[in-house]
Design a protein around this ligand. Sequence first.
Ligand SMILES: Cc1cc2nc3c(=O)[nH]c(=O)nc-3n(C[C@H](O)[C@H](O)[C@H](O)COP(=O)(O)O)c2cc1C
Length: 296
Amino acid sequence: MKKAIIFYFSGTGNTERVLNMLTNALDYEGVHSNCYAIDDCIRNGNIPDISDYDSVGIGYPIYAFNVPNIVAAFIKKLPKANGKPVFVFKTAGEPFFLNRASSYYIFSHLRKKGYIFNYERHFLMPYNILFRYNDEVVKQIYLLSQKLARKMASDLSKGITHKSHFNPFIVFVSLIFRIQWVGATINGRLLRTGNSCNLCQKCVKECKTDNIRLEHRKIRFGWNCTMCMKCIMCCPQKAIKAGILEPWAIRGAYDFERILNDASIPNDYIQKCEKGVFQYFKKYVRETEAQLNDNI
Ligand SMILES: Cc1cc2nc3c(=O)[nH]c(=O)nc-3n(C[C@H](O)[C@H](O)[C@H](O)COP(=O)(O)O)c2cc1C
């Protein structure tokens, strides 16, 4: 692979961070990449010409074991391709095996259009919903993702494949959890600003789907939410109520720069963890570390 076009969606920035890790690593491997945000392509009604590239990359965050509805809509718009290879990178808050189901939608739709799905990697990044990860975990999984991005870039440059296998159970999970697309639309309408809202309109400017507007000195939410949580995370006043997702809302972005630069934060927390949810991340860390040494 010498030249790749990469389409990505990132609500709260994790997938974009992995994209940057990957494009830096591809650059190092001598692979040139051009990147386009899926929300921009949809907003402008314009998909860049892919014919000049020898590979197409797709990056997205996993939502309820699936692709976000905005990514599904974009995949439908991609042109037919005659045997063009596709690689996928996806970010998620946990290494749970059902997350594998998320790329089945991309696989099945792009195969019909003539693409060849031959490389995929799952990157563990901090949850942007449910609960906030502690600094130690953020640091460790970020550094691991960085190494995995280097491995992915090295594999892609050499034409090494890393395919997913979709057994009937995974396909079933993928189909069932597409229900979240309806959930996103309905929950989007339930978002509200509380009394602390000062109408700064940061949410209006940052919304990936232009779903938030100021009307009669009130913030209004439309029918086009993709449930990315960006508005809730970025609101300086922490004023947005997340509808039915309110109990799991996380407010305020992760401060990656501070965490990575703070030498007092260890980077091997997970291996030492004996209780709580993070002990279940040990297997992912072990298996990912092992894969890093394959075929380099
Ligand atoms: C609506 C929603 C559903 C999610 N579902 C899952 C999930 O099924 N599995 C998972 O591991 N993480 C899940 N996550 C967490 C995100 O996939 C994860 O934090 C991701 O890295 C966010 O990427 P972004 O910052 O690029 O938007 C979910 C997040 C949201 C907002």
